[in-house]
Design a protein around this ligand. Structure first.
Ligand SMILES: C[S@@+](CC[C@H](N)C(=O)[O-])C[C@H]1O[C@@H](n2cnc3c(N)ncnc32)[C@H](O)[C@@H]1O
Length: 328
């Protein structure tokens, strides 16, 4: 997965304003904060997490490429299940530097009006700078609203609404109310994305169940609207591999040329998505004469073995990856 060229250029040019050493130090500190359970433990004081402009730049350097990859995957899956959806308006809540907007504009180039809601002025400032590099007018002319979504804020309904990596920054007791509020603002499709951890998935499961009860249809990743069959000691998540640039490697202090972003997500729609048979929920195991698939299906979690003898199906199964939709 690569960032769109304009966004990659924008990030590189904005990062040129800050010495690598300084950026690395901020990235290290922020990574430690993100890894700590402070945010989801209920101890989070709801104060400013990314306060300074340099911290916002560090977020852009160390997290934005990965959260972009997750958003792009989630939105692409929703598009596959809702091929007739042609959204004109997008609302990105807890937008940070506008990551999900860039992904959405790639998935639905027909988007005309984008609204972003974010609490931190420094995130908004850098998000606007990045947006100047975009070829699409919808990104360049996006409307940024500075607001705390835990307080009073209001926007009209938008076709697509997304809250990407935001739930775990909100107080646990307000998650369902927040999700219901976003559902009210949703014309067609509402997406939540969280880190692919047990804590992240538990938030996704919580909003999934709450909005199903509200009448929403699930269009991704689940192939059904039954209660989630994932056992309590496991968590449903997906992975996207993204290439690291030289700058990215310098900042993160790693030598690997790629990183794998793990995330959980759910896409809820006002209309049902196309029927599918299942979704691959682990890396397929490809052996000599067999392919082992772990699938989530309307009948629950299923371990399927496809043998070479079943020629057509074996050929199809070879193309599948973790997260692929299965239609047979
Ligand atoms: C982890 S960042 C995710 C940014 C972006 N959505 C992405 O996927 O890269 C979470 C963002 O949510 C914002 N946020 C957290 N709590 C908020 C609140 N109560 N109101 C508005 N924004 C909030 C933070 O300032 C931060 O920019």
């Amino acid at each position: 997965m690569e960032l769109p060229f304009e966004l990659a250029t924008a990030i590189e040019e904005q990062l040129a304003f800050i010495p690598i050493k300084k950026l690395s130090a901020i990235v290290t500190r922020l990574s430690e904060d993100y890894r700590s359970s402070r945010m989801s433990s209920g101890e989070f004081d709801e104060g400013s997490y990314i306060g300074t402009y340099e911290e916002a730049l560090a977020y852009v350097a160390f997290r934005m490429p990965a959260t972009f990859a997750a958003a792009y995957f989630a939105l692409s899956q929703a598009k596959e299940r809702l091929p007739a959806l042609s959204p004109k308006t997008l609302l990105d809540v807890g937008a940070g530097p506008g990551t999900a907007m860039w992904a959405a504009a790639m998935v639905w180039p027909e988007l005309e009006h984008i609204t972003l809601v974010e609490r931190e002025q420094n995130m908004i400032d850098i998000g606007k700078k990045l947006a100047e590099y975009a070829g699409r007018p919808s990104i360049r002319q996006a409307e940024w609203i500075k607001a705390d979504v835990m307080g009073e804020w209001s926007v009209s309904q938008h076709d697509v609404v997304i809250a990407s990596y935001v739930l775990n920054e909100l107080p646990q007791h307000s998650i369902e109310q927040f999700a219901l509020g976003l559902w009210d603002k949703t014309g067609s499709l509402l997406i939540f994305i969280e880190p692919g951890t047990p804590a992240g998935f538990s938030l996704i499961r919580q909003v999934r169940e709450r909005l199903l009860a509200q009448g929403a249809s699930i269009v991704a990743p689940c192939p059904h609207g039954n209660s989630c069959p994932v056992p309590e000691d496991d968590w449903c998540h997906f992975s996207q591999r993204l290439n690291r640039t030289r700058l990215h490697r310098q900042i993160k202090g790693g030598t690997l040329s790629y990183e794998d972003e793990k995330f959980s997500f759910v896409c809820l729609s006002r209309i049902p998505g196309s029927d599918i048979k299942g979704i691959v929920v682990r890396h397929p195991q490809i052996r000599k004469g067999h392919i082992y698939l772990k699938l989530c299906t309307p009948e629950g979690i299923v371990n399927a073995t496809i043998t070479r003898k079943d020629k057509e199906r074996f050929k199809e199964a070879r193309k599948l990856d973790w997260g692929s939709i299965v239609r047979w």
